[in-house]
Design a protein around this ligand. Structure first.
Ligand SMILES: Cc1cc2nc3c(=O)[nH]c(=O)nc-3n(C[C@H](O)[C@H](O)[C@H](O)COP(=O)(O)O)c2cc1C
Length: 395
C-alpha cells in the first residue's frame, strides 16, 4: 500500500491536478468513482494573489475527504514557504509543489516546469517549503526542460533527499508540452532511482493502459489527467483491473452497457451538476477588497459555465463509447437481406449507435444554450433517462 506521511492510500490511481477542471465538485465525483487521491487546481504563491477570488476557490475545503491536497506554484523559496503555510492554515493536509506545468504564464516567471533548469533553486524551494509546514510535501515534475537536458532522475533524487514524500512524473519534457508520446522509460529510471512512491503520468487513457504503464515503469501508482474529464469511471475501472488479473478484467469492460452501471453513472452526472451549482453559488465572486477587481461574473453565471464544460465532457465521452461500438460492429455488418441472425443484430446495433450519436450531438448544442440551474437540471434528467432507453435497446 502506498504511504504518504501518515496517510495510507488505498488504490493506485490518482487524479492529476488540472487548472479549470479539478475543482471541489469534480474531485468529489472522482473520489466517488475510486480515485485514491485527488489534488486541487494549482494555487499561486505570490502573496498578493493568496486571497483573490480565484485562489479562495482553490483552497482546501474542510468538508472534503482526507487527505486534502493543495498544489502551489511559484518561483521564490520564501514565497512558496509562506504559501504552503497559508494553505495548511486553511485546511491543506498535503502540499504538492508544481514543477510540471508548461503554461507560458507560469514559465515566464521560471515557475512550474521552468524550475527544472535550475536544480539549486529547486532544492532551495523544496527545503524552504518542507521546513515551513508539518504536513507531507509532494512534488510534480516533468522529465526535464527539453529532450537535450532531461534531468528527472537528478531532480527526483534531490527531492527524496530533501524529504519530499512522493513524486508524480509527467513523462514529457517542458519543450514537448503535450506533443509526442509520454516517455515511460524516463519514468522507469526515476522509479529505479528513488525509494519514495512515484506516480506515472501522461497519456493514460484506459484501465488497460494504466496496467501496462504500471508494469513498464514499476511505479507505485498512476496519475490520470485528461482522460478523467467526463470519464471519472476510469478510476474504478483501473482499480478493478489492478485488483484482478487482466483476463478477469474482460468481464468488466463496456460497463456503460450494463443497465445498473448506466443508472449509477446517470446519478453521478446529475449529482455532479447539482454540486457544481451548490458549490459556485456559495462562492463570493468578485474581489471585495477596496479597489478589488470586479469580474463581471456573478456566481450562478459561473456555475452555469462550469456545468456546461463538464456536462459536454460527459457527452463527448459517451460519443467516444458510441464511436467504439460503431467501429466494432462495422466489421461484421452485411446487408440485412444476406445476414445471419447475429449479423442482422449487428446492423440493428449499428443503427442504434448512430441514433445515440445524433442524440448526443443535439444534446450538446442544446445544453450549451441553457442559462440556469433549473433548465440545465431538467434537461439533463430528461435526456439521460431517454438515453438509457436508447442505450438499453442498443445493448
Ligand atoms: C487543462 C489542464 C490543466 C492543467 N493544470 C495543471 C495544474 O494546475 N498543475 C499541474 O501540475 N499540472 C497541470 N496540468 C497537467 C496535468 O496534471 C497532467 O500532468 C497532464 O495533463 C498529463 O497527464 P494526462 O495525459 O493524463 O492528461 C494540466 C493539464 C491540463 C490538460
Amino acid at each position: 500500500m502506498i504511504k504518504i506521511g501518515p496517510y495510507r492510500v488505498s488504490g493506485r490511481a490518482v487524479l492529476a491536478p488540472m487548472a479549470g477542471v479539478t475543482d471541489l465538485p469534480f474531485r468529489e465525483v472522482c473520489r466517488a468513482s475510486g480515485a485514491a487521491l485527488v489534488t486541487a487546481e494549482m494555487a499561486a504563491s505570490n502573496p498578493r494573489l493568496l486571497d483573490t477570488p480565484k485562489s479562495r476557490l482553490r483552497r482546501a475545503d474542510r468538508s472534503e475527504a482526507e487527505p486534502r491536497i493543495v498544489q502551489i506554484v511559484g518561483t521564490e523559496a520564501a514565497q512558496m514557504a509562506n504559501a504552503a503555510r497559508y494553505q495548511v492554515e486553511h485546511g491543506a493536509q498535503i502540499v504538492d509543489i508544481n514543477m510540471g506545468c508548461p503554461a507560458k504564464k507560469v514559465c515566464k516567471r521560471a515557475a512550474g516546469s521552468a524550475l527544472l533548469r535550475d536544480p539549486p533553486l529547486v532544492e532551495a524551494i523544496l527545503r524552504a517549503v518542507i521546513a515551513a509546514v508539518d504536513v507531507p510535501v509532494t512534488l510534480k515534475i516533468r522529465t526535464g526542460w527539453d529532450p537535450a537536458s532531461r534531468n528527472a532522475v537528478q531532480i527526483a533524487k534531490l527531492a527524496a533527499d530533501c524529504g519530499v514524500q512522493s513524486l508524480a512524473v509527467h513523462g514529457r519534457t517542458r519543450a514537448c508540452r503535450f506533443n509526442g508520446a509520454a516517455e515511460y522509460d524516463s519514468i522507469a529510471a526515476v522509479v529505479a532511482a528513488v525509494s519514495i512512491p512515484v506516480f506515472a503520468n501522461g497519456d493514460i487513457s484506459s484501465a488497460q493502459k494504466a496496467h501496462e504503464v504500471l508494469r513498464k515503469t514499476g511505479a507505485a501508482g498512476v496519475m490520470i489527467g485528461r482522460a478523467a474529464r467526463g470519464n471519472p469511471w476510469i478510476f474504478s475501472e483501473i482499480n478493478e483491473l489492478t485488483n484482478n488479473d487482466a483476463a478477469a478484467y474482460v468481464l468488466f469492460t463496456d460497463k456503460s452497457l450494463i443497465p445498473n452501471e448506466a443508472i449509477r453513472r446517470e446519478r453521478l452526472i446529475i449529482n455532479h451538476l447539482r454540486r457544481i451549482h451548490s458549490f459556485y453559488s456559495h462562492f463570493e465572486f468578485g474581489d471585495s477588497r477596496p479597489g478589488g477587481q470586479k469580474t463581471g461574473n456573478n456566481c450562478p453565471d459561473l456555475a452555469v459555465k462550469v456545468a456546461r464544460k463538464h456536462v459536454c465532457w460527459y457527452f463527448d465521452q459517451l460519443k467516444h463509447v458510441v464511436a467504439k461500438q460503431l467501429a466494432g460492429n462495422s466489421a461484421n455488418a452485411p446487408g440485412l437481406a444476406t445476414g445471419t441472425g447475429e449479423q442482422v443484430l449487428a446492423v440493428h446495433k449499428k443503427d442504434h449507435a448512430r441514433m445515440l450519436n445524433t442524440a448526443l450531438e443535439t444534446a450538446r448544442s442544446r445544453f450549451n444554450k441553457l442559462d440556469s440551474q433549473a433548465a440545465q437540471s431538467d434537461f439533463l434528467q430528461h435526456f439521460l433517462g431517454k438515453l438509457r432507453t436508447i442505450g438499453d435497446i442498443a445493448a
